[in-house]
Design a protein around this ligand. Structure first.
Ligand code: SF4
Length: 417
């Protein structure tokens, strides 16, 4: 077994206590990771091949072709980034600037607005280590970490003992789940208080909680016991260190963040509450932070040539750019939009020159003009990444590969343009 610890890149929890065993230059065993993490770290069952126009190619020809596609495009799109190191993301941002490209990532249709509000200091946040050591009230809102981030409950939020939570989950922590269905997380937390709300009722439930926190009678248009809302408001009020773990269920339900801002403002008048986005891909937050540092926006951006001027907004999102057919080539890094976006939107990708950089074969790669295999982040390549709570984590290379890292591939494409 390895004498050092490695980081799992299976999700944005970036667990840093992973031990491995290697055999014949491959990972044979992965210790401490959850099943999702083991699957990620053991690599692809179907690795991507280097191809140009559907034929096997060498890396130099593939990079030259990719560079030529991006150079000849008037409005290229660069999309993906959530499974890339921060170093690769920064090169990609430079490439977008050089080619006047649209640049976006999956946060554009999930946690982007929450992360933007945190970076703009409109929402109070904390680290996962703060949660482990201090949190006494943990709310999983539209989040089901026992499936999405399997070690969240055991490492940080519910079960572990912390400096100020010596008795752990038995007596020192209250876990609350607010969701439209009884999730696995609601089942696991022994003393959980589960609040089942109707679909898309999150904003209204927040308003009702604000009323409860203001000692007013909460009202909802749906049938919900007022006493239970008041009881929840009371638990939140008494929290010494509360945290709301924001899941996709909540993000998708809110049309705007105003109800969440109001709730957090009220909570911090009467109590002490923080918020952490339950980011999925291991370095999605890194992309948001890196782009924000460069441009002041977290996603949905278009560079206007090398001037550094940018346009930002919904129309520059990957979804709108594809729907409106406003891009004429695309570079996809570590993502599979043909599988993950609605077909009516993603289909346009099959009509334009497409480049895929990824360690593994996927549907988008099968329709790409150029495919370039890259090293698997955190296993075959090192770098840094940003955990869901904004803490930077160093990734170490564990095993060798013949593939270049995505950072090296993007650097070579940039140099070739
Ligand atoms: Fe990896 Fe996430 Fe599982 Fe931790 S919880 S071992 S980071 S997949």
């Amino acid at each position: 077994m390895s004498s050092e610890y490695y980081v799992c890149t299976g999700c944005a929890l970036l667990c840093d206590d992973i031990e491995v065993e290697t055999e014949d230059g491959k990972l044979s065993k992965v210790h401490a990771a959850c099943l999702k993490g083991v699957a990620r770290m053991k690599g692809c069952s179907n690795p991507l091949e280097c191809t140009v126009d559907g034929e096997k190619a060498d890396i130099d020809s593939a990079i030259a072709k990719a560079a030529s596609i991006l150079k000849n495009a008037k409005n290229p799109l660069i999309f993906g980034h959530g499974n890339s190191s921060s170093e690769a993301q920064k090169v990609s941002i430079g490439l977008a600037k050089k080619t006047g490209a649209y640049i976006d990532d999956t946060s554009s249709f999930c946690q982007g607005p929450i992360i933007e509000a945190i970076l703009q200091e409109k929402l109070k946040t904390c680290t996962l280590d703060d949660v482990r050591h201090k949190a006494d009230v943990i709310i999983f809102w539209g989040a089901d970490p026992s499936n999405s981030h399997p070690r969240h409950l055991s490492r940080y939020s519910y079960f572990p003992r912390g400096k100020e939570r010596q008795r752990g989950w038995e007596e020192d922590r209250t876990a609350i789940t607010i969701d439209i269905r009884r999730s696995s997380t609601a089942e696991i937390c022994r003393d959980t208080r589960f609040y089942q709300i109707p679909m898309s009722a999150d904003a209204e439930f927040m308003d009702a909680l604000v009323s409860g926190l203001s000692s007013k009678v909460p009202k909802t248009s749906f049938d919900f016991d007022k006493k239970r809302i008041l009881e929840l408001a009371n638990v939140m009020k008494k929290a010494k260190f509360g945290v709301i773990c924001v899941g996709l269920g909540l993000v998708y339900s809110l049309e705007e963040l105003e109800p969440l801002f109001k709730l957090m403002e009220k909570l911090n008048e009467v109590s002490n509450f923080h918020l952490i986005p339950m980011v999925g891909q291991y370095n999605m937050r890194g992309f948001n932070q890196n782009l924000f540092a460069e441009t002041g926006s977290v996603n949905r951006l278009k560079f206007n040539g090398e001037t550094g001027n940018t346009d930002h907004g919904a129309e520059y999102s990957v979804v709108e750019a594809l729907k409106n057919k406003s891009v004429d080539a695309a570079l996809i890094i570590g993502s599979d939009p043909l599988s993950s976006l609605p077909l009516s939107v993603a289909r346009y990708l099959t009509e334009i020159p497409l480049i895929t950089i990824d360690p593994c074969q996927n549907l988008t790669a099968t329709r790409s003009t150029v495919t370039i295999p890259c090293a698997l982040g955190g296993v075959e390549a090192g770098g840094t990444a940003v955990r869901m709570d904004g803490v930077e984590i160093e990734l170490k290379k564990i095993i060798e590969t013949d593939n270049l890292s995505d950072e090296e591939i993007l650097t070579r494409i940039t140099e070739a343009i």
